[in-house]
Design a protein around this ligand. Structure first.
Ligand code: SF4
Length: 760
C-alpha cells in the first residue's frame, strides 16, 4: 500500500521555492490588520458567482508516495468563460516596485491551486492571477497568466519531485521511530512510588485528547514520567509530535537527558531543542542582515540541504548538534532550529513558541496541532509568563522623537507619530501625573497606532533602515495585536512620570487565552512540583471541569526533612524588629547543624539589613550574597561554593522568587538546609491591587489570587531546594507567624506538616 504524506500548499511551495537570504528585522509583509483588510476588500468586489476562501485538496502520486496537498484559495472568479484563480497579496511596498517576478513563491501558490481546481473540476485550462494590494492607498496591481492542465502537471511534478527526498527521509525515520517505540522499555529498573500512576495518567490524557493538571513533587521523576508515556503514545499512533515546554535551561537539559536515556534503550526519535536567538547566534551582534551575517546571506538556498543532512544522521538535536551542522552548511543556527522543529518528533523549547502571539509556530497547520501533545513543565511559571506574553506597552518619548526626526522629511510619518504623541498628551491631561488603571481600551490611541504602522511599513519596505523606527514599528504592532484580545480580563495602565507617558495593555487573567491556544493541540499536560493550590492553578491556566487532575505524594520519607517554624512577623512594618532574632536563629542553626544553607528573603533591602548585622557578629560560616542582575558566570560561581559539606559551613543569602530559589539542584551534602523568611507576598502596588479587584469581582478570593497563592508558590519553591534525592536529609526553617494560621497550614505540603515551633 502506498504511503501518504499530507502537506499544505504553503509549506510545499515554500520548501521548493524559498530562496535567497534571511531578511533584516523587518519583513515586507504588510501589517496584520491592514493585510486582512486588504484581502477582505478585494474579496468583497467579487461577483455573486465568484467564491472566496475555497478549500481545495488533491492527491498526487509519485514514486510510491501519495502526496495529499491542501489549502485555501483566496478567490475563484467564475464569471468569465475561463475561470480565474486569484491569489491576493497585500504589500507595504510601492506598487511600481512590484514586478511580475517579485516573488516566485506567490506564483507557485497560485499555480498549485490552479492545478487542484482543474483536477477537481476535470477542466483543461485556467487563468492564474496575482493581485497585489498596497495597504495604505488600497491601489491594486494584477498579473495574469493562462495555464493548461499539462503545464500545471509538469509544474506539480517539479514541486513534488523536489520535495520527495525530504518526504521519503521523514517517512523512513517515522517507520524506524515507531518500530523502536514498540520495543522500548521503561528506562529505569523500577518505577518510583506513584510514578507508574503518573505515567499512566499522562498516557490516558493523550489517548483521550484531554488536559491533565499534575502536582508532582520533586523526586517523582516528572520529566521521564511525562516523556515516556508521550513517546509510547506516538508509537501507538495516538499522537505525532511532542512539545516539551519549559521556562528554564535546567529543565530543557533534563528533558534531553530523559530522551538520551530512552535512546540508550533503543529509542529512535528525532528531537530538537530551541535556544534563544542571542544565545546561539554565531556573530558578535545579532544583526540578521545578509550584508552583515554570512549565515543569513543565502540561508534559503542552503537550508534544505542542511535539514536533510542533520535528519539523516542525528536524533537528539541539542544546541551543540545544531551549531555543528549550522556551521557546516553556513546557515543561521536559530532559523535552522526553527526549520527543524517542523520536522522533529519532539521539540524542547520555551513556552513562548506555543503561547506567545508574536512567535508561535505559524507553519504548523491546524491538523498537525491536533496530533501534538503539549507537556508543560514547571507550569506554575506559565501564569506570569502568559501575563507578559499577552501584555504590551508603548512610551510617548519614542514617538515624540520620531515626529521631530521626520518633520519636513516624511509627511505621513510626521503626521502619524505626532498624532500618537498628542493622544498620549491628552491621556496625561486627563489623568494627571500618576499611574492609573483604566478598564476601557483607549480606542483613539489604537487607531493612531494603526495609521502609524501603515506609514512606517511603507518606508521600511522601501529599504530605509532606521533602528528607532523599526523598534517603534514592532512595539506598535505588538500593542495592536494585543488590543485584539482586549476584554474584561485586561486593564490599561497609564503611567505618567514627568514628561513621559506609558500606555500598557495588561492581561490580568490569561486563562482564557491559554485555553484558546491550548485547545488547538491534541492534549495538554500541565505539571510542576508546586502546582499548588491545584484548584488555583487549574483556573489560572485555563482548566475546565472535565480536565484530569492528579496529586502525587512526595516519594521521600517525612523523616528526611526537619521542619521548624519561627513565628515572627515579617510584615513590612515589623521587619526592623526581626533582624536580631533572625540573625540569632541562623547562627544557632548553623552552629548546631553545620553545613551549607540557603536563606531566602522577601527583598534585597531586608536581606542586606540582616547580613550587615550578621557580619558584625563574626558568624560561624562563610557568607555569600546574591546581588541584583548577576551574570550567568557570577551565578555559576555562587553555586560552585556549595561543594559537599565537610569544611567550613556556608550560608548563601538570596531573594525569594529569584534565580536561586527555583531550578537549582544541590543534591546530597551540597545543601543541608534552607531558611525561608516571609510568606512571599508580591509587593503591594497598583498592578496587584487591580488584579485583586478583578478576581474579587469575578467571584473569587481576590487577595488570595493576587497575593497569597503566587507568594506561597515562591515559598514552596524555595523550601523545595533542600531534599532532592532519596539520600538527602536536611532542615527547613519557615520564618513567619502566618505559617501557623489555618490558611497557610492548609497550603503546606504534607511532608512539611510535622514541624516544631521555635521561639519568636
Ligand atoms: S547567525 Fe546571528 S546574526 Fe546571523 S542570522 Fe543568525 S541570529 Fe542573525
Amino acid at each position: 500500500m502506498p504511503q501518504s504524506v499530507k502537506i499544505s500548499v504553503r509549506a510545499l511551495v515554500e520548501y521548493v521555492f524559498r530562496s535567497g537570504s534571511i531578511e533584516t528585522g523587518f519583513k515586507t509583509t504588510s501589517s496584520l490588520i491592514e493585510g486582512t483588510k486588504a484581502h477582505q476588500t478585494i474579496q468583497k468586489t467579487y461577483s455573486e458567482a465568484d467564491a472566496a476562501e475555497v478549500f481545495l485538496q488533491t492527491s498526487y502520486a509519485y514514486e510510491d508516495i501519495d502526496y495529499i496537498v491542501e489549502g485555501r484559495c483566496d478567490g475563484l472568479l467564475l464569471q468569465d468563460e475561463m475561470v480565474t484563480i486569484d491569489e491576493i497579496k497585500s504589500t507595504g511596498k510601492k506598487l511600481e516596485d512590484i514586478t511580475r517576478d517579485s516573488n516566485p513563491v506567490h506564483w507557485a501558490q497560485a499555480k498549485c491551486y490552479a492545478y487542484m481546481y482543474l483536477k477537481k473540476e476535470e477542466k483543461e485550462d485556467v487563468r492564474v492571477q496575482l493581485t497585489y494590494v498596497q495597504v495604505e492607498s488600497g491601489e491594486q496591481k494584477r498579473f495574469q497568466e493562462e495555464c493548461t492542465l499539462p503545464e500545471l502537471e509538469d509544474f506539480m511534478l517539479h514541486l513534488v519531485k523536489s520535495y520527495a527526498p525530504y518526504a521519503k527521509l521523514r517517512l523512513h525515520n517515522q517507520q524506524q521511530r515507531n518500530e523502536s517505540i514498540r520495543e522500548l522499555p521503561f528506562p529505569f529498573d523500577r518505577y518510583r512510588n506513584g510514578q507508574r500512576n503518573f505515567a499512566g495518567a499522562v498516557f490516558k490524557t493523550i489517548a483521550d485528547k484531554k488536559t491533565l493538571f499534575a502536582n508532582a513533587p520533586t523526586g517523582t521523576g516528572k520529566t521521564i514520567s511525562t516523556l515516556f508515556p508521550a513517546v509510547k503514545a506516538i508509537g501507538e499512533e495516538k499522537a505525532e509530535k511532542i512539545f516539551y515546554l519549559t521556562a528554564k535551561t535546567l529543565n530543557r537539559k533534563n528533558a534531553e537527558e530523559a530522551l538520551q536515556l530512552m535512546k540508550d534503550k533503543g529509542l529512535f526519535l528525532q528531537s530538537v531543542t530551541l535556544t534563544a536567538k542571542d544565545k546561539v547566534c554565531f556573530k558578535e551582534e545579532t544583526r540578521c542582515d545578509s550584508s552583515y551575517c554570512e549565515f543569513a546571506d543565502g540561508y534559503y538556498d542552503r537550508i534544505n540541504g542542511a535539514v536533510l543532512d542533520v535528519l539523516k544522521h542525528e536524533t537528539i538535536m541539542d544546541r551543540d548538534v545544531i551549531s555543528e551542522y549550522a556551521q557546516k552548511h553556513r546557515v543561521c543556527p536559530f532559523e535552522f532550529s526553527i526549520d527543524l522543529a517542523y520536522a522533529a518528533d519532539s521539540v524542547i523549547c520555551d513556552y513562548n513558541y506555543v503561547f506567545d502571539p508574536r512567535v508561535s509556530f505559524k507553519r504548523l497547520f491546524e491538523e498537525q496541532k491536533k496530533r501534538t501533545v503539549l507537556l508543560m513543565d514547571e507550569a506554575h511559571n506559565l501564569v506570569d509568563r502568559a501575563r507578559g506574553m499577552y501584555s504590551a506597552e508603548i512610551q510617548k518619548s519614542v514617538f515624540l522623537q520620531l515626529s521631530r526626526e521626520y518633520k519636513g522629511k516624511n509627511d505621513g510619518l510626521w503626521r502619524t507619530t505626532k498624532a500618537i504623541n498628542d493622544e498620549m498628551l491628552k491621556l496625561k491631561k486627563e489623568h494627571g501625573e500618576k499611574k492609573v488603571a483604566v478598564s476601557d481600551l483607549p480606542e483613539a490611541f489604537i487607531s493612531c497606532l494603526d495609521d502609524f504602522l501603515v506609514q512606517a511599513e511603507q518606508l521600511l519596505a522601501s529599504g530605509e533602515s532606521d533602528e528607532k523606527l523599526l523598534e517603534a514599528y514592532f512595539a506598535a504592532l505588538q500593542l495592536i495585536k494585543i488590543s485584539g484580545f482586549y476584554d474584561e480580563r485586561f486593564v490599561t495602565f497609564i503611567d505618567v512620570f514627568k514628561s513621559e507617558v506609558e500606555v500598557r495593555l495588561f492581561c490580568m487573567d490569561p486563562s482564557h487565552l491559554l485555553f484558546q491556544t491550548g485547545k488547538k493541540y491534541g492534549s495538554r499536560v500541565f505539571f510542576s512540583a508546586t502546582l499548588s493550590p491545584l484548584s488555583y492553578f487549574r483556573e489560572m491556566l485555563g482548566g475546565v471541569e472535565e480536565d484530569y487532575v492528579i496529586r502525587m505524594p512526595s516519594p521521600y520519607e517525612k523523616e528526611q526533612l526537619d521542619v521548624f517554624i519561627q513565628p515572627l512577623s515579617t510584615r513590612y512594618k515589623d521587619r526592623e524588629k526581626t533582624i536580631e532574632p533572625i540573625m540569632e536563629m541562623i547562627i544557632e542553626l548553623v552552629d548546631k547543624r553545620p553545613g551549607n544553607y540557603l536563606v531566602f528573603f522577601p527583598s534585597y533591602r531586608y536581606m542586606s539589613d540582616v547580613v550587615d548585622r550578621l557580619l558584625e557578629e563574626d558568624p560561624p560560616f562563610h557568607p555569600i550574597v546574591q546581588h541584583p542582575a548577576m551574570s550567568e558566570e557570577e551565578r555559576e560561581k555562587f553555586l560552585a561554593n556549595f561543594d559537599s559539606a565537610g569544611g567550613e559551613s556556608l550560608v548563601g543569602f538570596a531573594v525569594m522568587g529569584g534565580i536561586f530559589s527555583e531550578g537549582i539542584d544541590l543534591k546530597g551534602d551540597r545543601l543541608t538546609g534552607a531558611v525561608v523568611i516571609g510568606v512571599g507576598l508580591p509587593q503591594v502596588g497598583l498592578e496587584r491591587d487591580t488584579m485583586k479587584e478583578y478576581f474579587q469581582n469575578a467571584g473569587k478570593s481576590g487577595y488570595d489570587f493576587a497575593y497569597v497563592y503566587p507568594g506561597m508558590n515562591k515559598v514552596l519553591q524555595a523550601g523545595g531546594r533542600v531534599i532532592r534525592s532519596e539520600e538527602d536529609r536536611g532542615t527547613l526553617v519557615l520564618v513567619d507567624d502566618r505559617f501557623l494560621s489555618r490558611k497557610y497550614l492548609e497550603m503546606l505540603p504534607e511532608e512539611w506538616r510535622d514541624f516544631v515551633v521555635l521561639k519568636e
